[in-house]
Design a protein around this ligand. Structure first.
Ligand SMILES: [Zn+2]
Length: 404
């Protein structure tokens, strides 16, 4: 049977008491009309073009709750789902890294893949369909292909790997791209090579940056506990240059910072670093629960917002954040930074995340021309403010989230 025979012959209009087009636009008595996966119209039912837009199509009234875009988790490591709750978390960052390496080596690929599949499944169930997922081994690439997730699978490289890294677009909103793990784990010439490959193809590039005190010391002077770890693992860093720079300044020296680079963590980024990131229009992803768990501190989110950066949110891996949920990240963030508006936090989990993955013209908002990837939440609220408060504070029961 030809594929188009399975498609509805007419547009479908979804109605609800509220439609969130973006975190600053809540439409009462709203509707979204879609056809073949794309949004045709968004508006207030009964006003203006609504009748003309929906005359000839099927109408579904979802009820008294909210239609909104699917959420975005811009930094996850689904291939580490099997490590959740098993890592050493109370003896410092280096001990945690060593435990991740040892555990991953001990778990069979089939078990890592099975747990990753379950992780993707939990994400979809929670209405988080767009991911920036990291894969160091490549074993989760087939799962990413197969499941109805969107976003970017970043093949991540450490050390000085010599294979030819490949990246490619799978569909309009599904891409395999590249990541350098971090400045203290990946040789500088490899970081430059990876960034140049993604730059030539117009794809996003990801890197963990300024995450730990050990990274700060190593990048500045080439010494400290991270240098000891590399020596113990017989990793040669003798050709790396240490210029008393921060990791952000070092990444800039290598030419890694531009508007297609997604810098993750930035726990130790100071005001100069934040200014540099803003000047280079770098995309920024924060993983607050992982940061607090591993490092006992959070990035300077207010300074980032003041500098004009539009950060997004990631869960990081269950190895550092067993409760890997974007809803939980939002709730943790508003508790940690009570002065930040709910709309800013929701933007981090929707439109900012989509933009960070190079999908800001397709996902993260409900807008004509965008992909019709939306969810319905049966929340009962009477004003835009109470809806926003509910979204960022109250993690919804996944069983009550409808996927449109
Ligand atoms: Zn990470």
């Amino acid at each position: 049977m030809p594929g188009n025979m399975l498609r509805p012959m007419k547009p479908v209009t979804h109605r609800a008491a509220w439609v969130m087009a973006d975190p600053w636009t809540l439409i009462p008595n709203g509707y979204v009309t879609a056809d073949v996966g794309r949004i045709l119209a968004v508006g207030c039912w009964g006003q203006g073009r609504a009748a003309a837009d929906t005359d000839s199509g099927h109408i579904i009234d979802h009820g008294p709750g909210l239609l909104m875009p699917c959420l975005v988790n811009a930094h996850s490591h689904m291939e580490l789902c099997a490590l959740g709750g098993k890592t050493v978390s109370n003896r410092g960052f280096i001990a945690w890294v060593e435990s991740v390496i040892a555990l991953k080596a001990d778990i069979a690929d089939t078990d890592l893949i099975k747990a990753a599949r379950e992780g993707y499944g939990r994400s979809l169930t929670e209405g988080v369909r767009v991911l920036g997922d990291i894969s160091t081994s490549g074993i989760t690439e087939s799962v990413f292909h197969e499941l109805p997730v969107l976003g970017v699978l970043f093949r991540e490289y450490l050390g000085s790997a010599s294979e030819d890294p490949l990246c490619r677009r799978i569909g309009p909103a599904k891409t395999i791209s590249l990541a350098g793990h971090a400045p203290h784990t990946t040789a500088p010439d490899l970081l430059v090579r990876l960034k140049n490959i993604t730059r030539r193809q117009g794809l996003p590039f990801a890197i963990h940056l300024a995450e730990s005190a050990a990274e700060m010391e190593f990048i500045a002077v080439g010494a400290g506990p991270w240098a000891d770890l590399l020596r113990a693992r017989e990793i040669d860093f003798s050709t790396w240059r240490f210029l008393r720079q921060s990791p952000v300044a070092y990444a800039d020296t290598l030419g890694l910072l531009d508007d297609a680079t997604l810098a993750v963590h930035l726990v130790y980024a100071d005001k100069n670093d934040i200014g540099l990131l803003a000047d280079r229009h770098v995309k920024v992803c924060l993983c607050p629960q992982s940061n607090m768990s591993l490092h006992g501190r959070l990035p300077d989110l207010p300074a980032m917002l003041n500098a004009g950066i539009k950060p997004c949110l990631g869960t990081d891996s269950p190895a550092s954040n067993p409760d890997a949920s974007i809803w939980a990240e939002m709730a943790f963030l508003v508790k940690s930074f009570p002065g930040i508006a709910s709309s800013e936090v929701l933007a981090m989990a929707t439109c900012n995340g989509a933009a960070a993955l190079g999908l800001g013209d397709l996902l993260g908002r409900l807008k004509p021309g965008f992909m019709a990837d939306l969810i319905y939440l049966p929340i009962h609220a009477t004003t835009p403010q109470t809806i926003m408060e509910s979204l960022v504070h109250d993690r919804p029961d996944p069983d009550l989230i409808s996927h449109i």
